[in-house]
Design a protein. Structure first.
Length: 103
Protein backbone atom coordinates (compact mmCIF):
# COMPACT_ATOMS: atom_id res chain seq x y z
CA UNK A 1 0.00 0.00 0.00
CA UNK A 2 1.34 3.46 -0.88
CA UNK A 3 -0.41 5.49 1.82
CA UNK A 4 1.07 7.87 4.36
CA UNK A 5 -0.09 10.94 6.28
CA UNK A 6 0.57 14.59 5.47
CA UNK A 7 3.10 15.96 7.98
CA UNK A 8 1.18 19.26 8.10
CA UNK A 9 -2.51 18.38 8.42
CA UNK A 10 -2.43 14.62 9.01
CA UNK A 11 -4.66 13.85 6.03
CA UNK A 12 -4.15 10.50 4.37
CA UNK A 13 -2.04 10.84 1.24
CA UNK A 14 -1.55 8.25 -1.47
CA UNK A 15 2.02 8.46 -2.75
CA UNK A 16 2.05 9.02 -6.50
CA UNK A 17 4.35 6.69 -8.44
CA UNK A 18 3.51 7.93 -11.94
CA UNK A 19 6.37 7.20 -14.32
CA UNK A 20 8.27 5.41 -11.54
CA UNK A 21 8.60 8.50 -9.36
CA UNK A 22 9.23 7.98 -5.66
CA UNK A 23 10.81 4.52 -5.78
CA UNK A 24 14.48 5.55 -5.45
CA UNK A 25 15.89 5.01 -1.96
CA UNK A 26 18.10 7.60 -0.21
CA UNK A 27 16.49 10.49 -2.10
CA UNK A 28 13.90 13.08 -1.17
CA UNK A 29 10.71 12.97 -3.23
CA UNK A 30 8.27 15.89 -3.36
CA UNK A 31 4.49 15.69 -3.30
CA UNK A 32 1.56 18.00 -2.61
CA UNK A 33 -1.13 17.17 -0.05
CA UNK A 34 -4.65 17.07 -1.46
CA UNK A 35 -6.08 18.17 1.91
CA UNK A 36 -4.09 21.31 2.77
CA UNK A 37 -2.30 21.88 -0.58
CA UNK A 38 1.09 22.12 1.16
CA UNK A 39 4.13 20.41 -0.31
CA UNK A 40 6.10 17.88 1.68
CA UNK A 41 8.94 15.47 1.02
CA UNK A 42 9.14 11.74 1.65
CA UNK A 43 11.78 9.06 1.47
CA UNK A 44 11.34 5.49 0.32
CA UNK A 45 12.47 2.34 2.11
CA UNK A 46 12.23 -1.03 0.43
CA UNK A 47 12.06 -4.19 2.55
CA UNK A 48 12.43 -7.82 1.56
CA UNK A 49 10.81 -10.73 3.35
CA UNK A 50 12.22 -14.23 3.03
CA UNK A 51 10.59 -17.50 4.00
CA UNK A 52 12.76 -20.63 4.17
CA UNK A 53 11.27 -24.03 3.36
CA UNK A 54 12.70 -27.52 3.39
CA UNK A 55 13.74 -28.88 0.00
CA UNK A 56 14.58 -32.51 0.59
CA UNK A 57 14.96 -33.06 -3.17
CA UNK A 58 18.03 -30.81 -3.09
CA UNK A 59 19.51 -33.10 -0.46
CA UNK A 60 19.18 -36.49 -2.13
CA UNK A 61 15.44 -37.18 -1.98
CA UNK A 62 13.51 -37.55 -5.26
CA UNK A 63 11.87 -34.51 -6.84
CA UNK A 64 8.07 -34.26 -6.62
CA UNK A 65 7.41 -33.52 -10.31
CA UNK A 66 3.93 -32.65 -11.52
CA UNK A 67 2.82 -31.72 -15.01
CA UNK A 68 2.00 -28.01 -15.37
CA UNK A 69 -1.37 -26.87 -16.64
CA UNK A 70 -0.88 -24.94 -19.86
CA UNK A 71 -2.75 -24.00 -22.99
CA UNK A 72 -2.09 -25.44 -25.37
CA UNK A 73 -1.32 -28.57 -23.38
CA UNK A 74 1.57 -29.38 -25.73
CA UNK A 75 3.74 -26.77 -23.93
CA UNK A 76 3.42 -28.31 -20.46
CA UNK A 77 6.55 -29.17 -18.49
CA UNK A 78 7.20 -31.20 -15.38
CA UNK A 79 7.75 -28.92 -12.32
CA UNK A 80 8.89 -30.00 -8.86
CA UNK A 81 6.37 -28.93 -6.20
CA UNK A 82 9.18 -28.63 -3.64
CA UNK A 83 11.97 -26.65 -5.35
CA UNK A 84 10.46 -25.40 -8.63
CA UNK A 85 12.92 -27.31 -10.85
CA UNK A 86 11.53 -27.88 -14.34
CA UNK A 87 12.20 -30.48 -16.99
CA UNK A 88 10.71 -30.99 -20.41
CA UNK A 89 8.32 -33.80 -21.13
CA UNK A 90 9.81 -36.00 -23.89
CA UNK A 91 8.04 -35.32 -27.20
CA UNK A 92 6.78 -38.90 -27.41
CA UNK A 93 5.09 -38.57 -23.99
CA UNK A 94 3.36 -35.24 -24.64
CA UNK A 95 -0.38 -35.06 -25.11
CA UNK A 96 -2.26 -32.82 -27.49
CA UNK A 97 -0.99 -31.43 -30.75
CA UNK A 98 1.49 -28.61 -31.33
CA UNK A 99 -0.31 -25.30 -31.71
CA UNK A 100 0.00 -23.87 -35.21
CA UNK A 101 -1.40 -20.43 -34.43
CA UNK A 102 -4.89 -21.01 -35.83
CA UNK A 103 -8.14 -20.19 -34.05
Amino acid sequence: MNDTSCPYCGAGVEICHDDGQGYEEDEYHEQQCGGCDKYFVFTTSISFYYEAMQADCLNGAPHDYEKTTTFPEWYAVMRCNTCGDEKEIPIGDRTGEPWTGGC
